[in-house]
Design a binder for this molecule. Structure first.
Ligand code: NAP
Length: 250
């Protein structure tokens, strides 16, 4: 590998923050990308406090210009990125008849367009290095979930994007894989509990009832899986979707 520079989007909190910290422990310099650069400070100082290297970068992943500027900045300040984790995400849940155009566009733009723009921008560094690892965050919602026509479409779309990137980029030493988490305790699931009007404790207990390993997922469960996919030794694993949900999913 010519450089050990990773970009993690949506890394100010939740799964992205845990992933950025884990990749720093694995020896990567990590670009912590999120909407607001100031919000990245917590993740960056945790990494630096543990002796790692990190850079806070503010960018909206659904905006092509901001994506270009962010990736250029990472390449200049940390080095050519050869690992990309497309993790930034939002929810705008609603039943179909109440889902607005904006609910649909926002979710599709952040998850799908964002992952497309970031991958397109970073692949040139990967192709040059003849090495790369792309990991996209899908979800068990890709299998269908009430109130999430927008989100489940985006998360299923990411699985298609992953497989196509694996096919197109494989000859350059680049792998692309997707992780589809089940219930993970983060601000995102806390917001869902709030929206449906139950405490997070109750919401969590109900979710755990359907999880064979009998506990909610933690952001670190996903970070561990990212760590496996981006390892140099995982070069023959590509185009896969792994459900990290405490049990099997179809
Ligand atoms: P989270 O706690 O809500 O964190 C998401 C992060 O993404 C936030 O820091 C958010 O910034 C950032 N973000 C949103 N829009 C962005 C944009 N346009 N550009 C850059 N950053 C943006 O979510 P999470 O639970 O950690 O989820 C991370 C990923 O895993 C998401 O893709 C999610 O869909 C997926 N996932 C989560 C679960 C789960 O149970 N938690 C399950 C399956 C899949 P702001 O705070 O400024 O909005």
């Amino acid at each position: 590998m010519t450089s050990r520079v990773a970009i993690v989007t949506g890394a100010a909190r939740g799964i992205g923050a845990a992933t950025a910290k884990r990749l720093a422990e694995d020896g990567f310099a990590v670009a912590v990308v999120d909407l607001d650069e100031g919000q990245c400070a917590g993740t960056v100082s945790a990494i630096e406090g543990a002796g790692g290297k990190a850079l806070a970068v503010g960018a909206d992943v659904s905006d092509a210009e901001q994506v270009r500027a962010a990736v250029d900045r990472v390449a200049t300040e940390l080095g050519a990125p050869t690992v990309l984790v497309n993790n930034a995400g939002v929810l705008r849940d609603n039943l179909l008849f109440k889902m607005s155009d904006d609910d649909w566009d926002t979710v599709l733009n952040v998850h799908l367009r964002g992952s497309f723009l970031m991958s397109r921008e970073v692949q040139k560094h990967m192709v040059e290095a003849k090495f790369g690892r792309i990991v996209n965050l899908s979800s068990t919602s890709a299998l269908g979930n009430r109130g999430q026509a927008n989100y489940s479409t985006a998360k299923a779309g990411l699985q298609g994007l992953t497989k196509t990137l694996a096919i197109e980029l494989g000859k350059f030493g680049i792998t692309a894989n997707a992780i589809a988490p089940g219930f993970i305790a983060t601000d995102m699931t806390k917001a869902t509990a709030e929206r449906v009007g139950v405490s997070f404790d109750e919401f969590s207990k109900a979710a755990v009832g359907g999880i064979p390993v009998g506990r909610p997922g933690a952001p670190e469960d996903i970070a561990n899986t990212v760590s496996f996919f981006v390892d140099e030794r995982s070069g023959f694993v590509s185009g896969q979707v792994i459900y990290v949900a405490g049990g099997p999913k179809a």
